[in-house]
Structure formats: structure tokens, C-alpha cells
Design a protein around this ligand. Structure first.
Ligand code: XMP
Length: 512
């Protein structure tokens, strides 16, 4: 396996993706991880990520000595390359010629990273993003590729099996970057590429059994992909030692609560507590218009109700959460500065530390699409595994202004029609997320011979890979016409339909 040490690059996760796509297991840890842990992980190769700092800064992150002491192949990417050179006796400087975006490198020598793809004398497109650059190589290294802004675009010390690249091979804008990474993991390190999801499933089941022993586990289930997969996997490992708690806050989509109960009790035979807390949630939200207050109220209530149910059960030592890799990374990453809170997110995973239970987090090494694959392996229906993301605060943040049961009912109908049409047109899987928003505006319309004065709604559908940025899905106008006509005809109380064409940024995906 491969260890990726993170120096805070925005794209560190992509390194892990590329490595796993080539069938090699890897994990990302912060650069500050202590040496003993790194030794115990026993990586066969190490990749050093990029990062926002300058190695010339006084407090710049350093590569731990253990990396060089382990005598395994090392690949430094961008900041990783600079730090490696700096620490091994080379030199780095901040240069006026900064390179951002597409650039070209000229291959001037052969190197083990190039096997089967890049050739001497060739020119390759790469994606650069750096202000600093290496100006003097440490002893033992030679330059094997150059670019206009970086005389040491790729460097190699084949004797010590150490390599450095100034650009980012992990992003798609470096078309042959994945091949380069593969040459490192398979060629230089010698990995076989046999890691699979089936292997992961067996490994995780054994790990859960070992962790839990004969203890009891409770798990918050939301019906979303992550908590569903976590629950089924843990159930496969420990059976009835697991109890799931499903808090229905009354702000789910049509039919969702019933489906969760049917699937997990009926199909998987999982012990499930179904708490209908809609009265509690809806009365607490009465008259609340501020999006952040809505979010915080819902988050708080979820925790309270969950704790109440957990206390009734009594005696569980373990709390299971469907925490994913991106959640883990975000919390450890060296970001170089505080970021602004745009929205306070909450989901069933966000239970507080005061519960004083040990965590079982079987998905914490996985990315979303890997979780989906694991879910399919476990026999979870496609309707759950392939489901679009749905926010913890549910439909409450899709009704700007105060919410009530009538508005929720209207929105559920609109949402159902929209999603039926999307599924019918075979577009569901091409879209990251599609939903309707009930607008707090009434507008005038005409139906038959009569005047109407009803609510307007907005439809939203976006493509995205991680929810961080998003593009509007380009439906054809015939499709939108059909959806609009069905909504206005079938949903009493809606007489106008709009399509939200804002990308993220500057918009966000949800309206609140
Ligand atoms: P925004 O609206 O910030 O959303 O562009 C990005 C992604 O996150 C989802 N989202 C949430 N998920 N709890 C969640 O579990 C939340 O509080 C929450 N708020 C937004 C949103 O649906 C989109 O996929």
C-alpha cells in the first residue's frame, strides 16, 4: 500500500483516487503524522502532495525524516517536490515567472515514470500551479523534463528511487498524469494492482468484528447512501448487535420514510427504531425564516431525539457513522487559513462527542463512488445506492421563508413530478442532484377562463463531481416544457415554474 502525505493541496484527494483506480490501496494522512504511525503503516511507497505554503516560509511544513529513513520510493508533487529538494540539499526560490494552468513540459531524458507513455524528445501537456520552483537539485538527482517556468519540471534519482514533479499529474488537465502515477505505483514501487471492493468488504467486516467484539452498536440511519451502506455492512459483520435509529423529521421527500423502514426492516432484517418526530420538528420550525436558524434548529433537534432514543435503548458502547473520506480529509487538511462558513452543514453523522461512545466508521477510507460500489456489492437497492445527495435539513431549506405542512405537501408533489420525468427520460444518473424549490411568492396566471393566484416554484438540476462546484444541467426546452405543464396541471396551488440556471459558484446548490 501507498501512503500519501498531505501538505494541504486542494487536489490531494485526486491523488488517492488515481492510485486506487489503478487497483492500489492508499490512505491520505497529514504531513504532521508522527513517525511511529507511519512506520506501523509500513507503506511500500510514499507520495508527497502539493500545498499552499512556500518552503521558504519559516513555519513551512516539513517532510518528516521517517519518509527518507524508510528507504521506500518517494514521489513529490509540486510542494512535495520543492520540500524534498529543499530538505535534501537543493535550493528553491520564489520566481517572478509563476505558472498557473495549462503548460507544456519537454522530456529530455528517459525515466522509470515514463514507461509506455512519455518518450524522450516528446512534449506533454501538464497542469501547473506554483509560485516557487526548484533552482538547484540535491545530489543524486537529474532533470528529466523541463518547462518554460520550471527548469526542473520532473526530476529523478533512480538510485534512491526518488522522483519529483512540479506539475499536478493527478488532475485531468494533465492527460497522461494517471499513467505517470501508475508507473510510480506499479513500476517503481512494484504494486500488483489487485485491490478490489470485495477485498475491502471482507477486510472491513473482520475489522468491525474485532473492534466491537460482543458489544452493541447503534447507528443513525437517514436513508441516504452513506448511512445505509454503513448500516448494512455493520449488520453483515455483527447481525443483531446492531440497532439502527431512524429519526423522521417530517421534512423528507414523498414516500421516503416508508421506504427506509421497508428496506431495512423488511429486506435486511435490521433492528430499526422508527421515530416519527415530525410534530416536534415542525413546531420548532414554525415561523423560522432565517436559513441558519433553520439549519441549527434541525441539527439540534436531530441530536436531541437521537440521544433520547439511544438512552431508551441503553447500554450500547459503540456509535456507527457513515463518515466518508472527504469528511475526514477536510478535518485534517492543512489549509493555511480559516475558511468562511457559508452554511452550517449537518447530517446524521454529526453527533456530538458528549455521547462518549466509541466510533465505528467503516467507510472512512472511501470516496462516494466507492461507497456506492460497496453498497451494490452488499445488495442494497439501486434506488438507495444511486440516489442523489439530500441535505440533512431536508425540504426545510428548499422552502425559503417559514415552512408549514401545506407548503411541504406542495413541494413534495412538485419534486415527485420533476424526478419522475427525469427518471423517465433516463437522465437521473447523468445529474448530480435535481430537486424543486417552493418560492415564497404568489403570481397571477390564467387557467381555462379563470384567473389564478398561486405559488411559483423553481427547478434545480446540476452536474458536479463533489458538490464543491456545480454546473447547471442543460435540459432541452421540450423536456422543461413537459415538466412545467405537468406541474401546473397536476399540482393544485402552483401556477408558475422557473428553472434555476445559476452555477456554483456564485450560487450554491441548495437555496438556503
Ligand atoms: P451547497 O448548497 O452548499 O450544497 O452548494 C453542497 C452539497 O451539500 C448538500 N448539503 C448538505 N448535506 N447536510 C448535508 O448532509 C447539510 O446541512 C447540507 N447542506 C447542503 C447539498 O445538497 C449539496 O449536495
Amino acid at each position: 500500500r501507498i501512503l500519501i502525505l498531505d501538505f494541504g493541496s486542494q487536489v490531494t484527494q485526486l491523488i488517492a483516487r488515481r492510485v486506487r483506480e489503478s487497483g492500489v490501496y492508499c490512505e491520505i494522512w497529514p504531513f504532521s503524522t508522527d513517525a511511529a504511525r507511519i512506520r506501523a503503516f509500513a507503506p511500500r511507497g510514499i507520495i508527497l502532495s502539493g500545498g499552499p505554503a512556500s518552503v521558504l516560509d519559516e513555519n513551512a511544513p516539513r517532510i518528516p525524516d521517517v519518509v527518507f529513513a524508510l528507504n521506500v520510493p518517494v514521489l513529490g508533487i509540486c510542494y512535495g517536490q520543492q520540500a524534498m529538494c529543499f530538505q535534501l540539499g537543493g535550493a528553491v526560490e520564489t520566481h517572478a515567472h509563476r505558472e498557473f494552468g495549462r503548460a507544456h513540459v519537454d522530456i529530455v531524458e528517459d525515466c522509470a515514470l515514463f514507461r509506455g507513455t512519455w518518450t524522450r524528445g516528446g512534449r506533454e501537456q501538464v497542469w501547473m500551479s506554483h509560485g516557487d520552483r526548484v533552482t538547484k537539485l540535491p545530489p543524486g538527482f537529474r532533470a528529466v523534463a523541463v518547462s518554460e517556468g520550471a527548469p526542473y519540471a520532473i526530476i529523478a534519482d533512480e538510485g534512491r528511487r526518488m522522483y519529483g514533479v512540479q506539475f499536478h499529474p493527478e488532475v485531468v488537465h494533465t492527460p497522461h498524469g494517471a499513467a505517470l502515477l501508475r508507473n510510480f505505483t506499479h513500476g517503481v514501487v512494484g504494486c500488483q494492482g489487485t485491490w478490489t471492493m470485495a477485498g475491502f468488504r471482507d477486510m472491513e467486516i473482520a475489522r468491525i468484528r474485532q473492534q466491537v467484539g460482543s458489544g452493541r452498536v447503534i447507528c443513525g440511519l437517514s436513508g441516504g447512501v452513506d448511512s445505509s451502506v454503513a448500516a448494512v455492512l455493520i449488520h453483515e459483520a455483527i447481525g443483531d448487535q446492531l440497532t439502527c435509529i431512524f429519526v423522521d423529521p417530517g421534512i423528507l421527500r414523498a414516500g421516503e420514510a416508508e421506504e427506509v423502514v421497508k428496506t431495512f426492516r423488511g429486506r435486511f432484517n435490521i433492528k430499526l427504531i422508527h421515530r416519527d418526530a415530525s410534530d416536534l420538528f415542525l413546531s420548532a420550525l414554525e415561523g423560522v425564516t432565517d436559513p441558519e436558524v433553520k439549519r441549527k434548529t434541525i441539527g439540534r433537534l436531530f441530536v436531541e431525539v437521537f440521544e433520547e432514543e439511544a438512552a431508551k435503548l441503553g447500554g450500547a458502547e459503540f456509535l456507527a457513522q457513515g463518515t466518508l473520506y472527504p469528511d475526514v480529509i477536510e478535518s485534517v487538511s492543512f489549509t493555511g487559513g480559516p475558511s468562511v462558513t457559508i452554511k452550517s452543514h449537518h447530517n446524521v453523522g454529526g453527533l456530538p462527542e458528549r455521547m462518549k461512545m466509541q466510533l465505528v466508521e467503516p467507510l472512512r477510507e472511501l470516496f462516494k463512488d466507492e461507497v456506492r460500489e460497496l453498497g451494490r456489492q452488499l445488495g442494497i437497492p439501486e434506488a438507495i445506492v444511486g440516489r442523489h445527495p439530500f441535505p440533512g435539513p431536508g425540504l426545510a431549506i428548499r422552502i425559503p421563508g417559514a415552512i408549514d405542512r401545506d407548503k411541504l405537501a406542495l413541494l413534495r408533489q412538485v419534486d415527485t413530478v420533476f424526478l419522475e420525468e427525469i427518471r423517465g427520460a433516463g437522465l437521473y444518473d447523468a445529474i448530480w442532484q435535481a430537486f424543486a424549490v417552493l418560492l415564497p411568492v404568489r403570481t397571477v396566471g390564467v387557467m381555462g377562463d379563470g384567473r389564478t393566484y398561486d405559488y411559483a416554484c423553481a427547478l434545480r438540476a446540476v452536474t458536479s463531481t463533489d458538490g464543491m462546484t456545480a454546473d447547471v444541467y442543460p435540459f432541452d426546452i421540450g423536456f422543461l416544457n413537459r415538466v412545467a405543464s405537468r406541474i401546473v396541471n397536476e399540482v393544485r396551488g402552483i401556477n408558475r415554474v422557473t428553472y434555476d440556471i445559476t452555477s456554483k459558484p456564485p450560487g450554491t446548490i441548495e437555496w438556503e
